[in-house]
Design a protein around this ligand. Structure first.
Ligand SMILES: [Zn+2]
Length: 92
């Protein structure tokens, strides 16, 4: 086990890093302008849930195309649990 590697709570396993430098866009709000962050994307080898973690400092400049499409942070999404994928048997 590594101190930096996330653990899937459902599966009790270390997640795998599937992409370094995963670009995340924090969209503009009333008070703050849009910023970009780079993190590491991890995936659970069993249930396939994915997370991005390990962010450094925000990028000052807009990122170049070499980083690929940004994952847009979603402030609009309700903070309520979605349908439980385990009960639905909906793992990808
Ligand atoms: Zn899992």
């Amino acid at each position: 086990m590594s101190a930096l590697t996330p653990i899937c709570v459902l599966c009790r396993l270390e997640m795998r890093c599937v992409k370094n430098d995963r670009l995340v866009r924090d969209p503009e709000t009333n008070q703050f302008s849009s910023t970009y962050w780079l993190g590491d994307e991890f995936q659970c080898p069993v249930c396939s849930i994915r997370i991005v973690t390990g962010f450094g400092k925000p990028m000052v400049m807009s990122p170049g195309p070499e980083y690929g499409e940004a994952l847009q942070f979603d402030y609009e999404r309700p903070r309520e649990p979605a349908v439980d994928a385990r009960q639905e048997g909906d793992a990808e």
